[in-house]
Ligand binder design. Structure first.
Ligand SMILES: C[S@@+](CC[C@H](N)C(=O)[O-])C[C@H]1O[C@@H](n2cnc3c(N)ncnc32)[C@H](O)[C@@H]1O
Length: 288
């Protein structure tokens, strides 16, 4: 086979050396920072995305780049590192503190208000809405909690992955045994290495397409909890403001907006106000 037919350049033809140790360090660092567990199969992706950072910074190798990050836990490069690696990535129970807060919110809301509506507005391949569904089942102690979850993914993204609810077992390796047993079925035979979410979770979720740049959202709010995480990083501030002005139309005074680890909306305090770690409420001055 000629070199042009190889899917990836062989390691020794790469611009920067990238050792097992470098990859392990990257995995530990991004897991600590963003809760993303990178599978070994993501090694080429990691190389591709981070080598751009090395080039931009004029560094000779990954060791120097990772040392630079290690040397300053609050350095600006962490943002670029996290964004480079997490674009389009997601994970079950990513940013676990959000699911603890959601659990508390669901228990506080209880069953008095009828069906509780939740929204995952940029759900990617579905791990986020399924994590919300599992949280609801645990909060109410049943596979049929009084919860409906709207889950939107970008119009360009294939619908099937989230809706089918089939994942590689690596995706759930970090979950505790009981969660895996209750909410996932392991494939056997030709489906070895894969798992399927419990159909009871799928029954709680409606999957739809949505482009957040659309001028109005017809999504069925207000929602008790809105998850809009790790998507605003793609947009400039005026675009973020436009999206937030539409998101608040889906909120009431009790709604909580859950945002990503690196998203900050101090520039939109007239629309939403911080009320916890990466959590916001609608500004009371915003008219319903
Ligand atoms: C990094 S993933 C975040 C997934 C999940 N919210 C999480 O935090 O794990 C970003 C998602 O935003 C979606 N996205 C990007 N631009 C979008 C847009 N204009 N409208 C809706 N979704 C968009 C991408 O398709 C991707 O699924």
């Amino acid at each position: 086979m000629s070199a042009t037919h190889l899917p990836h350049p062989p390691a020794d033809h790469r611009e920067f050396p990238f050792s097992d140790r470098d990859f392990r360090r990257v995995c530990q660092m991004i897991h600590g920072r963003a809760g993303i567990a990178l599978a070994p199969a993501k090694r080429d992706m990691v190389y591709g995305r981070l080598s751009r950072r090395l080039r931009t910074l004029g560094l000779a190798d990954f060791g120097a780049y990772l040392d630079l990050l290690d040397a300053d836990a609050h350095g600006a490069e962490w943002q670029a590192f996290t964004n480079a690696l997490t674009t389009n990535l997601t994970a079950f129970f990513r940013e676990p503190h959000h699911f603890e807060r959601l659990d508390a919110q669901l228990r506080e809301t209880g069953t008095h208000g009828g069906t509780i509506r939740l929204w995952s507005c940029a759900a990617s391949t579905g791990e986020e809405p399924y994590s919300m569904a599992i949280t609801a089942c645990e909060a109410f102690g049943t596979l049929t909690p009084p919860v409906r979850i709207r889950s939107h993914r970008h119009r360009h993204q294939v619908l099937a992955t989230a809706q089918r609810g089939v994942y590689s077992v690596e995706r759930i390796a970090d979950l505790d045994t009981e969660t895996r047993r209750r909410y996932f079925q392991r494939g056997t035979g030709p489906n070895e290495g894969r798992c399927r979410v419990n159909p009871a979770l799928q029954a709680l979720i409606e999957f739809r397409p949505l482009n957040l740049l659309e001028s109005r959202y017809d999504v069925g709010g207000p929602f008790t909890a809105l998850f809009c995480r790790n998507v605003m990083i793609y947009f400039d501030k005026p675009t973020q403001r436009g999206i937030l002005s539409r998101l608040v139309t889906q909120m009431d005074s009790a709604s909580l907006l859950y945002t990503g680890h690196s998203e900050n909306y101090l520039h939109a305090a007239d629309l939403i106000q911080p009320c916890g770690r990466t959590l916001y409420r609608r500004n009371p001055a915003v008219r319903a």
